[in-house]
Design a protein around this ligand. Structure first.
Ligand SMILES: Cc1cc2nc3c(=O)[nH]c(=O)nc-3n(C[C@H](O)[C@H](O)[C@H](O)COP(=O)(O)O)c2cc1C
Length: 184
């Protein structure tokens, strides 16, 4: 027997995206966003409430970074999701984070988060923000022997919207575009 839950935003897994942008004076701010995804080959989509400081910053600076929240930064990732830069001007420092300018877009890179997408604003329609991926970069410390990102080293968080908790990734379960071939 199935159980109906009605209209919920319960999608598994949701990402833990840390969206960062500069304000008009060049001060960095960041927030946590679970409602984000790949839109097409080079576009991302995030759903951001209009009242957030980060949203205003993206509209002003026309750029943002999307870093992946990680287990070692869990408290800081949550902090930037429960505190607004509209009230706490020094939010990034309070999170224990430092930033540097992206060399690809007009947006801050958070040094303590080791993989991110660097994006230019394409459109903002209400809460729907679309950005163009200009670059993806990752710290060498999260790369595997093949030179690509190793999820075990990155240790990214996911967000469980049912119980409002962060879940780390588990073991590899199978090869995509491959495991189904045996059923062809
Ligand atoms: C796990 C988690 C996920 C969140 N996802 C979103 C989201 O997808 N969109 C959004 O507008 N706010 C989301 N928030 C809320 C913002 O991160 C929060 O309101 C933040 O304080 C906004 O900061 P700012 O005003 O400095 O930009 C989320 C918060 C948490 C803790």
């Amino acid at each position: 027997m199935d159980k109906d839950f009605g209209v919920k935003t319960w999608m598994y897994p949701l990402p833990v995206l840390i969206v960062a942008a500069y304000d008009e004076e060049g001060r960095p701010n960041a927030m946590n966003a679970a409602w984000g995804c790949i839109y097409n080959d080079n576009l991302v989509h995030i759903c951001l409430s209009r009242g957030h400081k980060t949203t205003a910053n993206i509209l002003a600076s026309k750029a943002f970074t999307l870093s992946f929240g990680t287990r070692d930064q869990l408290a800081a990732c949550d902090y930037v999701g429960i505190t607004s830069g509209n009230k706490e001007a020094d939010k990034i420092a309070r999170a224990g984070w430092t930033t540097r300018p992206s060399s690809h877009v007009n947006a801050p890179v958070i040094n303590e988060l080791r993989m991110r997408m660097e994006c230019e604003l394409v459109s903002a329609d209400g809460e729907q923000i679309v950005g163009r991926i200009v670059n993806v970069s990752a710290d060498e410390s999260v790369l595997g022997p093949d030179g690509l990102v190793d999820y075990r080293k990155l240790d990214p968080l996911t967000y469980d919207p049912v119980h409002m908790r962060y879940i780390a990734l588990g073991e590899e379960a199978g090869k995509a575009f491959s495991a189904g071939k045996e059923l062809r």
